[in-house]
Design a binder for this molecule. Structure first.
Ligand code: C5P
Length: 237
């Protein structure tokens, strides 16, 4: 079964990734590689992680003209990623082109493609003022998510707090991949609104992305297991 707890490898270099993964012994993870690591280590880091048996969510948030996104996604599909993403703000045509490219590159496999609706760092006020989008943030998130569904994508990256709205409107199957997860006892860091793994599940998240609560834990394996157990619905005493 496809794993649904995604560990964010927010490290600048492969050396640190290897140091972190050493805590996991034989446990194979579903990891997220974002811009920080990818832009420094390149596609080799993805190939390395896959060769080690991990699944990779490549979080590069593509946003360009449809043809360019098509070509770029074709390359990402060849890497063997399990999931990748693009910005819904690029429009339906761009999303469709991205999906086509990804599928073309992946061959017989069908990686998941999800869309970023609005970054959770964007407030309604800033969206209205800076982007001149005269609408409620929730309405924009829902509209972009619907566009993603219509373009054939598998889901969206969203806040857990948007997940139940998206589940009600677009169904339980459509992926809602949610960051901003903390255990009750963890520090919140720079995340403004956080939820526990159990709350994320209740709100309708289908996958959770967890970074610092695991990567900065004294015992990353123990932190991973505790989060996994709660995410899977069994609260630990
Ligand atoms: O360390 P933490 O658990 O806060 O990391 C969350 C991960 O999810 C980071 O890689 C961060 O960039 C990413 N992310 C996020 N909020 C979003 C989108 C992505 O925190 N809206």
């Amino acid at each position: 079964m496809q794993k649904s707890l995604i560990v964010a490898l927010d490290f600048p270099e492969k050396k640190e990734v290897m140091g972190f993964l050493a805590h996991f012994d034989k446990e194979k993870l579903y990891v997220k590689v974002g811009m920080e690591l990818f832009y420094q280590e390149g596609p080799r880091i993805v190939e390395y992680l896959i060769a080690e048996g991990h699944d990779v969510f490549l979080d590069l948030k593509l946003h360009d003209i449809p043809h360019t996104v098509y070509q770029a996604m074709k390359g990402l599909g060849k890497l063997g990623v399990t999931m990748t993403n693009l910005h819904a703000a690029g429009g339906k045509e761009m999303m469709k082109a991205g999906l086509e490219g990804l599928m073309e590159g992946a061959g017989t496999r069908r990686p998941n493609l999800i869309a970023v609706t609005q970054l959770t760092s964007m407030s309604e006020k800033r969206m209205q003022q800076d982007l001149l989008i005269d609408a409620k943030l929730d309405d924009v998130v829902l509209h972009y998510a619907r566009n993603a569904l219509e373009a054939g994508l598998d889901g969206v990256v969203c806040s857990s707090l948007e997940a139940s709205m998206l589940r009600d409107a677009l169904g339980a199957e459509f992926k809602k991949v949610t960051p901003g997860i903390r255990m009750k006892e963890d520090s919140v860091d720079d995340q403004k609104r956080v939820v526990t793994p159990l709350q994320a599940r209740q709100f309708g998240a289908t996958e959770i992305v967890v970074g610092r609560s695991i990567t900065r834990a004294e015992n990353p394996l123990k932190a991973y297991e505790a989060i996994l157990q709660q995410w899977q619905g069994v609260e630990i005493g």
